[in-house]
Ligand binder design. Structure first.
Ligand code: SF4
Ligand code: SF4
Length: 132
């Protein structure tokens, strides 16, 4: 995610950030990252997975205008791993860094869109359930 370079030949496309949607952060470490926020969250949800900074368009609050990660060295493990494991495939690159076909790219982008849609629904449901 966002120019991450996980431990493999995988290197993100420059200034991409396409997969940088909402992620959760450990509440203990999150405070120290606060001054590096790039997009104002509209609220913070606290769940068993950690703190979720919710932005209007569900883009990660640490993604800069230039599509770079503002907390690159401290980004969550999922961001380090993203693209390198089948469960979290990059729409553009294989785990070995080779480019995907257009067909695969479109399929994965579509899946990502659906993921964001589900996130939006889950957040809404969570807020309604806990009256947040
Ligand atoms: S979509 Fe792929 S290339 Fe772009 S930031 Fe995410 S993992 Fe990197
Ligand atoms: S923490 Fe960084 S790499 Fe992870 S989603 Fe946010 S901007 Fe992208």
């Amino acid at each position: 995610m966002a120019s991450a370079s996980p431990p493999s030949n995988f290197n993100c496309l420059p200034n991409c950030g396409v997969c940088c949607n909402l992620v959760s952060f450990h509440p203990m470490g999150f405070d120290s990252l606060f001054d590096r926020i790039q997009r104002d969250p509209i609220k913070f949800l606290y769940t068993k997975d950690g703190v979720w900074p919710i932005t209007e368009d569900l883009t990660c609050c640490f993604l800069s205008k230039e599509k770079l990660c503002a907390i690159y060295e401290s980004r969550p493990p999922i961001c380090v791993l993203f693209g390198t494991i089948p469960k979290h495939g990059c729409p553009f690159l294989f785990p070995d860094g080779k480019p995907r076909s257009e067909k695969q790219r479109d399929k994965l982008l579509q899946e990502q869109e659906e993921h964001v849609k589900r996130l939006r629904e889950n957040i809404k449901e969570y807020q309604e359930r806990y009256r947040l």
